[in-house]
Design a protein. Structure first.
Length: 235
């Protein structure tokens, strides 16, 4: 199987130039599915910390690059929405955040904010013993005694203990960001959730502060509940 991915056919979320070269690195198996961006692209094309795959491998071998609190040694490891990247030697920390056009971008954060990450609840099941297993947007699973979390809610998970440290319900009035579609990267407050009968996507109306008519409409799948700290980081 090839280790290369054609740039023109790479997911729109990848922050790469499409026409400079024919190929780029292919994402390895891991979280975020097809939308995950290989760590090499972040190190080389976004941050400019390395010039080649060889240099990336050398840097990763030293264990100084952490994703969600864990040292990463595979330059093809996919990173994606809301992952936390930490560069210990540089004392630099970033949150992967949706940008304009759906491209993933890096938002600088402080060390305290880098100790946990946000995940959108994509699935919920009850397991033996009565606990609940939650699947997050990137495929991560966690087990909790708390059964109050629902699909569409957002959970903040401590990178070290894997415990839930904050919960943001998906409901009218919640602060959200669009992570895909025409309004990717925009932030606002849910004004109305319209449930669609049958198999259609539920619609979400999002209000924004810039004028009486400001806001947008999108589908439920494209919004993620966040808290006010994300607004401060982004701006």
């Amino acid at each position: 199987m090839s280790n290369h991915q054609k740039r023109l056919s790479a997911p729109n979320s990848w922050p790469i130039e499409r026409k400079e070269e024919t190929f780029t690195v292919k994402a390895g198996a891991g979280p975020h599915g097809e939308s995950g961006v290989p760590l090499l692209i972040v190190l080389r094309d976004v941050l400019g910390y390395v010039d080649s795959r060889k240099e990336a491998r050398y840097a990763l071998d030293h264990g100084s690059v952490l994703v969600n609190g864990k040292a990463v040694s595979d330059e093809a490891r996919p990173v994606g929405m809301f992952d936390i990247l930490a560069f210990a030697e540089r004392e630099e920390y970033y949150r992967v955040f949706p940008g304009e056009g759906g491209r993933l971008s890096l938002t600088p954060i402080d060390e305290e904010a880098a100790s946990s990450r946000l995940g959108k609840v994509a699935g919920k099941t009850q397991v033996a013993g009565g606990d609940f297993q939650y699947t997050l947007h990137d495929g991560t699973t966690l087990v909790s005694e708390d059964g109050s979390y629902a699909g569409g809610d957002s959970l903040v998970v401590d990178n070290e203990t894997k415990e839930v440290v904050a919960h943001f319900p998906y409901e009218e009035g919640a602060l959200v960001t669009a992570v895909a579609g025409a309004h990717a990267g925009e932030i606002g407050t849910i004004d109305e959730i319209t449930v669609t009968a049958g198999s259609g996507d539920n619609a979400v109306s999002v209000a924004q502060e810039d004028g009486d008519d400001a806001g947008f409409e999108t589908i439920e799948e494209y919004v993620v509940v966040i808290d006010e700290n994300f607004v401060g980081d982004d701006e």
